[in-house]
Design a protein around this ligand. Structure first.
Ligand code: ATP
Ligand code: MG
Length: 139
């Protein structure tokens, strides 16, 4: 399992607001290389599976509703120590708490519409990449 791969999504709110290009440029500016990119829309079942770890949380239903509200960009990114580097780069979960200049600070509007997702472990990065892209050994 590569320590140099992470998975990201540009969430529906940021796509709808027209921020795809700016966010992708910002990702590249951070030294992350795009290994795969795809625009798609999550079904309710896919969103429930993707965020399954939060199933018991009070915000689960509204999280699923917001993640299925429109198209997303799914992408696999490469950089040394990608998972931690990317989570640091995008900023805190709540845009209000995110570092100045971070993607979530710049393009997030609320904790649920926080612009981007970033994998939280190497194992989950691989699982999430395989969820959206076919070839198991592509990354
Ligand atoms: P992500 O997994 O999307 O990269 P994260 O790892 O920073 O975000 P998680 O704890 O995994 O944060 O939460 C997943 C998503 O659920 C968050 O991105 C956010 O949109 C939403 N979320 C988390 N906590 C809350 C909350 N207290 N209220 C509403 N939504 C929340
Ligand atoms: Mg998470």
């Amino acid at each position: 399992m590569s320590r140099n791969i992470t998975f990201t999504m540009i969430k529906p709110g940021a796509v709808a607001a027209g921020h795809i290009g700016a966010i992708m440029a910002k990702i590249a500016e951070g030294g992350f290389r795009f290994k795969a990119v795809r625009m798609t829309r999550l079904s309710k079942e896919q969103a429930e599976t993707f965020y399954g770890i939060h199933r018991e949380r009070p915000f689960f239903n509204s999280l699923v509703a917001s993640m299925t509200s429109g198209p997303i960009i799914a992408a696999v990114l490469e950089k040394e120590n990608a998972v931690l580097a990317y989570r640091d780069y995008i900023g805190a979960t709540n845009p209000a708490d995110a570092r100045e200049g971070s993607i979530r600070k710049l393009y997030g509007t609320s904790i649920e519409s926080n612009a981007v997702h970033g994998s939280d472990s190497d194992e989950n990065a691989q699982i999430e990449a395989n969820f959206f892209f076919n070839s198991m050994d592509q990354f």
